[in-house]
Design a protein around this ligand. Structure first.
Ligand code: SF4
Ligand code: SF4
Length: 430
């Protein structure tokens, strides 16, 4: 279907895309046969519970940790081999988590589920849950939970905005696996009981837009504006509907899923394949040869660095995009279900100068797409007055897009302060 123009949203920022480093490159499979370390927490919600022990042989696709609780996701072996250890390891982001370490044996015996043919809604939901599929845009919310909205919905939006600079993993998937994404979208729509399916793509991806114009999905070509890929902004730009503050997209009649999630759903339904690999963009001027790589979950970052010719002059390593990603403390990280990219940024690409005092310019509030007061949040968070951070800064409505930090001339760590305040308020509520 011929693409229609999406609406612009209020506020936000214009940022350089830096996508040319990898946007013309197809995804290539990473040739790596070394040790894999799979974290039991790669999703929103409770960590999965172990179902394997050291010394046990596992096949590719075999369940190794089971979802625990209402919001959690199954985890599967991404290679055949022997469980070498189950141990707490650093996650490269300043924390740690239990990892299941597997030594591959070089075999390719898949323990996938049987393919489903013409499945009904309940079968699709059960398959998505069994295969451990989570939102692949970054948040990692278990897909089977999101597909059971608390109120009826009439529209599914596939999020192909990929508004974060540098990342091109979704673009590569949309250009080279269009048909699988379309079939995945139809399975998702069947599971939700909706007929209206929209795929939303920023206008800086003309090949992806052209590919989907040849399918039966409604295509919305979005203005390049950050954070276009945030759910509330995306829903407004595609449908004109507003999600009320404190409510879910479902309250506007919509469920949003990432294009990578739709692809994973197609693989799960038609091949019985759990979510055990994904495309990862490795980019930035600080890596010798930027690439889009298809990687098994649990692959160490060091293997990706080696495949891309090594690090050169990088002063900052980031997991994810530069706006919402997490700065890494070193190269200990591994690929997870939600890893869209690893960035290696040089001094020219990132500002590492220390913050200076707030000059009350108001720019952070001017760009906030949620109309919040980020400077107030930071002030009250620094004073450890977290309730006031919400009362005067609106912390709990923040979508953590990072636009305020990006625009701040004093380089105040505003988004970081908001995350800290949110975490305190969440813990207090719990
Ligand atoms: S306050 Fe939150 S929503 Fe507003 S710009 Fe900052 S990170 Fe984005
Ligand atoms: S943009 Fe930075 S300097 Fe300006 S008001 Fe916000 S926090 Fe203060």
């Amino acid at each position: 279907m011929k693409a229609i123009k999406g609406k612009p949203f209020f506020r936000g920022v214009k940022i350089a895309g830096h996508k040319a480093l990898t946007s013309a490159l197809p995804a290539e499979r990473l040739g790596y046969g070394g040790e894999i370390a799979i974290p039991v927490r790669q999703h929103a919600g409770a960590p999965a519970e172990l179902v394997v022990a050291a010394g046990q042989h596992v096949r590719r696709g075999e369940l190794i940790a089971r979802a625990s609780g209402a919001v959690s996701a199954n985890i599967h072996a991404s290679v055949c081999g022997t469980v070498k250890a189950v141990e707490d390891r650093a996650d490269g982001r300043g924390g740690s988590c239990i990892h299941i370490v597997i030594t591959p044996d070089g075999t390719q015996e898949d323990a996938f589920l049987p393919p489903l043919s013409s499945p009904v809604a309940e079968e699709i939901l059960t398959r998505i849950e069994a295969c451990g599929i989570v939102g692949m845009g970054g948040a990692g919310f278990p897909a089977h939970v999101k597909l059971k909205p608390p109120v009826p919905v009439d529209t599914l939006i596939l999020n192909g905005a990929e508004c974060e600079p540098y990342l091109t993993c979704d673009d590569a998937l949309m250009k080279h696996h269009t048909e699988e994404i379309v079939r995945g979208a139809h399975y998702l729509a069947e599971a939700l009981g909706v007929k209206n399916i929209i795929i939303a793509i920023e206008r800086n991806k003309p090949e992806a837009i052209a590919a989907f114009e040849k399918t039966d999905l409604a295509v919305v070509a979005l203005k390049k504006q950050y954070p276009m890929g945030a759910e509330k902004q995306l829903i407004y730009c595609c449908t004109g509907r507003k999600v009320p503050l404190g409510k879910l997209p479902a309250h506007a009649g919509v469920v949003v899923q990432n294009v990578g999630t739709a692809y994973a759903v197609c693989e799960a339904v038609e091949r019985g394949k759990p979510l055990i690999e994904r495309i990862v963009t490795v980019s930035g001027a600080g890596i010798a040869a930027p690439k889009n790589l298809i990687c098994a979950v649990g692959t160490p970052l060091s293997a990706l660095i080696e495949a891309c010719g090594g690090v050169q002059d990088a002063v900052k390593f980031v997991a994810g995009g530069p706006m919402t990603g997490t700065a890494l403390t070193g190269a200990e990280s591994v690929v997870t279900k939600t890893t869209g990219g690893f960035l290696f940024l040089t001094k020219q690409e990132t500002n590492t100068d220390a913050p200076t005092g707030c000059i009350n310019c108001g720019k952070c509030a001017d760009v906030c797409p949620m109309k919040l007061m980020p400077m107030q949040t930071e002030f009250y968070t620094n004073a450890k007055e977290y309730e006031n951070a919400d009362k005067y800064g609106g912390v709990l409505s923040c979508i953590e897009c990072g636009a305020c930090s990006y625009i701040c001339p004093a380089r105040r760590p505003l988004a970081q302060a908001i995350k800290t305040a949110k975490e305190h308020l969440r813990r207090k509520k719990a």
